[in-house]
Design a binder for this molecule. Sequence first.
Ligand code: CTP
Ligand code: MG
Length: 243
Amino acid sequence: ENIWGIILAAGSGSRLAGAAGGVAKQYIEHRGAPLFWLSARTFSRVAGVRGVVFVFPDADMAAMDKRVNQLFRSENLGLDWAVCAGGARRQDSVALGLAALPSGCDGVLVHDAARPFVSASTIALLIDALRRGERAAIPAIAVADTVKRVVPDRSGGESVAQTLDRAALRAVQTPQAFETKLLREAHAQAGAQGWEATDDASMAERMTPPVTVAVIPGDPGNVKITTPEDLKRLEEARTTVPC
Ligand code: CTP
Ligand code: MG
């Protein structure tokens, strides 16, 4: 068993729109380290994780190679690691991260650096799923709001087309776990067919032959830092969680 994490930190954080002082969200400092490092810490606490690949914007590569070196020197997580440059879309960054995995890596956990509060137990549940033979597994939580599908209306606004059955809906998170070979094949098919996807599991779902994606219980605390509002969660965590 040789399982690696891919920590995606190659976005620009455009929806934060400057609320983080012009720094991309993966670099926001929290508890003495940039956000992308908090996930690496948590991965390192789970038995079975061999290493992590950090994916950064191409323009930041030289600086981040140095920074990650420094971080590992001051805090030895006991993980192997690599850094690589990402691409324009999240899915491009994942494909580049997959190419940077060492040979022999048979399981991979793709994770958003923008979800710094992922728990060790979520990672452990995903690894358990791979161990019992699932080829793809994702964490998901029940949806609290009623969700409706909308269509544009004549006035330039929108109206409801359909109310979805909330009991059957889930909000999905990262990390998403895959047999490495399978996720490589999914990305190859996505590239060949021009699929756009906001997560990796949806590529596996569209593959021929289709792959069953197992769902494990997610964690409501594993939020994604996306909007200026979400930055408050970092402030709250700073004041309520002992370091
Ligand atoms: N990501 C990436 N490469 C990209 C785009 C996104 O590695 N080309 C990463 C982000 O760094 C983030 C995760 O994917 O950790 C989830 O993406 P998202 O929340 O959309 O982050 P951003 O793309 O940075 O933010 P925005 O969409 O607001 O610009
Ligand atoms: Mg984005």
